[in-house]
Design a binder for this molecule. Sequence first.
Ligand code: NAD
Length: 352
Amino acid sequence: MRAFTYSSQPARVVFGAGTLSRLPEEVARLGATRALILTTPGRTDLARRTREILGAAAAGEFAGAAMHTPVDVTERAVAVARELAADCLVAVGGGSTTGLAKAVSVRTGLPQLVVPTTYAGSEATPVLGETESGTKTTRSAPEIRPGTVLYDVDLTLGLPVPVSVTSGINAMAHAVEALYAPETDPVTDQLALQSIELLAGALPRIVADPADREARADALEAAWLAGTCLGSVGMGLHHKLCHTLGGSFGLPHAPTHTVVLPYAMAYNAPAAPDAMRRIARALGAADAPTAVHDLIRRLGAPTSLAELGLAETDLPHAVELATATPYPNPREVTTDGIAALLQAAFSGRRPA
Ligand code: NAD
């Protein structure tokens, strides 16, 4: 018999098309009047649009968000927030921008309103990963979770296909690992399965037509569900490996998740047969790890760590880092097992 403990996570979520125009009312709802807009350097057009929509409630912009939330960037953003006397943060962008909002918020206490434009799912979690001197550290606290999330499907129509695919598989990874997390519960299970099914249906349609609004809506909804899973239960081997490869070897977040997922699933499959059966059913396939690998290949995404620029000589150090501290995972994490997993992921061969 299954036993579980479930706590629902408070968050206000606004989902739809064109919802960016609802920003002023959402900022006012927080009682705020001076929003600092956060984005990545490439999205200054979006920052400008957001500023226009916010009108007098916009205090200024900081367009310096970067992958893996470097602490020096956060410190600069905190200085800007203080200079402008900002009273809330409006983050418009992917997981990097959301990470910056969390990092600034945790240092200043400013409330966050997050507008996600990728499928990373960080907006639904109380987790913040930060990098300093080549090391990524993660912390989790209820106050880190953004209080308001505004999903605007229209903002994802221009997300380039390669980013859409890898970001979508990043979301799928949260759902997959939630299904074999030790503390999982029936609510999280259903969110995870629905997310996997939506992503498997939406991603091929997005590759065929990136402006397919219904497919984009399915993918964004799936991202929210998967992010909720990530924010509710602990992740296992797959997230640990990606965290190591991103934080210590500078590999890009979503492409790394995309390459590693089928191999982490194949490693865990013997110890999580029930989760794998349910994932396979959601994918309409017989075997979950190979179905995910085949989907990624069909979508034209990277399938090997070599493609992402990892040097084969880095593999032993990656194994060492990924096995240094124990963490919950359905199958025992051994040095030999992880060495074989990473070697297979390095080559990109179809998992057995
Ligand atoms: P990202 O935010 O770096 O975005 C990738 C690129 O796509 C950027 O150049 C960005 O400017 C661009 N972009 C984003 N949305 C766009 C759009 N709609 N149209 C065109 N271009 C767009 O990447 P990501 O994968 O979303 O996030 C990765 C980061 O998020 C990592 O630092 C990762 O650690 C973090 N993350 C954290 C959590 C958590 O719970 N703490 C969860 C997932 C990811």
